[in-house]
Every structure is written in C-alpha cells, then in structure tokens.
Design a protein around this ligand. Structure first.
Ligand SMILES: Cc1cc2nc3c(=O)[nH]c(=O)nc-3n(C[C@H](O)[C@H](O)[C@H](O)COP(=O)(O)O)c2cc1C
Length: 215
C-alpha cells in the first residue's frame, strides 16, 4: 500500500466511510512525550451521524486510556477482512509493556496524521482522526467518545460520492474474547424492502431525505 494512495474525504462523506456502524479496529494514541501506542478493539462504534462521533471501551489501567487522558486524541484505523492484516491486529492486541511501539512489533507503517498527533496505520484502509469529547469510567473500564476531525481512505475503495465499495473495503468485526481468534467479514450486502404501511414510513423517509439534501 502506498501513502500517496491515501486521500482525505470531505466531511459530508465521513458518515458513509464508517460503515457498517460497528467494527474491529486498531487505535493509535501517543503519550505526552509523543511515544506511539497501538491497541486492538472490537468495540469501535459510530454513535453520531452528524457530526460523526466514534466510541470505544478500553481497560482503565491500559496505555490507551492513559494516553487518552494525557493528550485527548486518538486515531481509529479500520482493517479489511484479510488474513495478513488481521494477524497484525492480533499482535497489536498483545499486552506489550508501556512505551513499546506496537506498530513496530507488528510490522505496520505509521502514516502521519493531519489533524491529530497520533499516526494513522498505512495498512488499514480507513482512518478517523479524533479528538476526545468525553470519557466515562466504570468498573475497570473507560468509555471514550471522540469527534472526527478528519477521515481518509485508500483511493479506489470508495466511489465518487464517498460510498464504500463493499467487496474491496471488506469490513470486519471481531467475534469477541470467547471466540479467541475469530473475525467476521461483513461485505455481503442486501437491499431489503419495508413491508409495512403507515405514517412512520413517511416520517422515516422524510428524515432520511433531509439528511441527504445537500449531498
Ligand atoms: C481483536 C481484538 C479485539 C480487542 N478488543 C478490545 C476491546 O474492545 N476493548 C478492550 O479493552 N480490549 C480489547 N482488546 C485487547 C486490547 O487490544 C489489549 O488489552 C491491549 O493490550 C491494550 O493495549 P493498551 O494497554 O496499549 O491500551 C482486543 C484485542 C484483540 C486482539
């Protein structure tokens, strides 16, 4: 993959780029001294359409949480449903000691970001540069919500209107800790009807149309 093939998308297309709503990811952060950290996440979810916000949960005692507290920035990097990159997602998810750069351990390439200090990951096809809006600690975890400041994608993986090309982007979810090493690819898509008649359909249609009016 070549850095010159990664292009920023206009803000009106960011919501289209983070599809479907939930993903496996690798999240990059830096500490206050600029040292890079990366960790893998099953829990990355797009939680607001406009402006686009992304949430995830992480261990309160982990390096990601600590860096988020120190710098208030992170980058969500989305891998494709391909064996090579998913093996690296597993490496990045290992409990490396504080200060270790997981990108180097996994053989991944740091691509400088434009809007935040943590880098993007070149081998991931989509990147969302975020500033923290709020965090909430509970049990042994923290939930982080970020506002997207910039989003980029490998060219040719989206169409001219910013919609993803599903069989090239190949979105992926992690099946969860009980499944250990299993990922689910979700690039088969199907348009389905709405076999219901009533005012709610008209209302929903109106709301969707208003959302797309200026695009
Ligand atoms: C595929 C995958 C998904 C993961 N998802 C999560 C998650 O959603 N939340 C979490 O706290 N840890 C998750 N982990 C574990 C973290 O990546 C791991 O604990 C990592 O060491 C945390 O790094 P940090 O201390 O640098 O934050 C996942 C690991 C893998 C391999």
């Amino acid at each position: 993959m070549r850095a010159e093939d990664v292009v920023y998308q206009p803000e009106k297309y960011w919501d289209r780029l983070f599809a479907p709503g939930g993903h496996a990811s690798m999240i990059t952060t830096v500490d206050k001294d600029g040292r890079i950290n990366a960790a893998s996440y099953a829990t990355t979810v797009r939680i607001v359409h406009n402006p686009v916000h992304i949430a995830f949960t992480t261990a309160l005692a982990g390096q990601t949480a600590s860096n988020i507290r120190e710098t208030g920035q992170f980058v969500v990097n989305l891998p494709a449903f391909e064996r090579d990159i998913l093996e690296k997602v597993r490496i990045v998810g290992l409990p490396f000691a504080k200060g270790v750069n997981e990108l180097e351990k996994a053989g991944l390439t740091a691509l400088p970001s434009t809007f935040v200090t943590p880098p993007r990951i070149l081998e991931c096809t989509r990147h969302f540069e975020c500033e923290v809006v709020w965090t909430k600690d509970w049990l042994n975890r923290t939930m982080v919500v970020g506002n997207v400041l910039g989003a980029s994608v490998h060219r040719d993986l989206v169409d001219a209107k910013g919609y993803i090309v599903w069989n090239k982007i190949k979105p992926v979810a992690f099946c969860g800790a009980p499944y250990v090493n299993m990922f689910a690819g979700s690039y088969e898509t199907m348009e389905v009807g709405l076999p219901y008649e009533g005012p709610e359909v008209v209302a929903a249609d109106k709301s969707v149309r208003s959302y797309f009016e200026d695009m």
